[in-house]
Design a protein around this ligand. Sequence first.
Ligand code: PHE
Length: 347
Amino acid sequence: MVQEKANAILEALNSATATNQEELEQFRIQYISKRSVIGALMGEMRNIPNEEKKAFGVTINNLKQTAQTKFKALIDGLENNNAESKAAIDLTLPPLEDAPGSTHPITAIRQQITQIFERLGFNLSEGPEIEDDWHNFTALNFPPNHPAREMQDTFFIQQDKEPEKAIDELALRTHTSSVQVRVMEDSEPPIRTLSIGRVFRNEAISARAHCIFHQVEGLYVDKNVSFLDLKQTVYHFVKELFGKDTKIRFRPSYFPFTEPSAEIDISCNICKGKGCNICKHTGWVEIAGSGMVDPNVLKNCGIDPEAYTGFAFGMGLERITMLKYQVNDLRLFTENDVRFLKQFKTL
Ligand code: PHE
């Protein structure tokens, strides 16, 4: 009889729940307090035959312990619940603004440039950002003492000092011309290729310069390629990207890997040629270097300079993007300020 009662209490104890303080208090009164059902059951001790008293005592003690353990568990459960409900969603709050990302301006310009040159039959080529001396300098006709090889321009990479493991001098590429060398080494003319990628130069970061930036480089090698082809291609590109009214001029220049070489200026897109800070009041801004591929470079890459000629041009993507979108500080491109980025559309 008492054993059945004890079993019933045990069962009820185990299945008890408490979802709030009141239910917890109910549990305490029912199973822990002096007036608890366990206390009442203990009161029946005197009706128990002497020889069964000991066993009955053990049952009561077990019940008491189970009640204590259960009580602690209910308290813990309630505390966790409270923490969760505090963090619960407040349905009265206004909804969060729907905020889809936008295309980064550098990416947008990169896509536009790629499309213009793809329509002219250029394919895309890629190369490593860590380059050896041959592809970044030597094959491109840089004399051994050329200042661009020095530490202030180039980020060299720590070399393995053990002679048996000696590797070519490695550096972060300073221009994407290194990709042109790789393409010329690996393929036969006609070659029409465009390489876009990150380049690295040890320069102080300012509104106009950064130590990491992007270049686009184009190369065309075939029979009878002339400076006229270079000019025509550049004219087409500039007018497609900046509009038909943009003026273009070529200024004689020098690069080790092109001969003759020219720098390309366009009429300032910001003041429309009237003169402003960006064009330093000249009405012109430089956008690219270019020229006819030096015969030595063709030879270095396994192409016969008697049979083939080529032109190349290279420009900074940041500069082009600044002009196109009238951005006056190059650092904005890498600061990831949402107020800047969300002004550009998603492509
Ligand atoms: N590689 C040159 C630079 O980084 C640009 C260039 C490319 C010039 C191709 C001429 C021909 O400045």
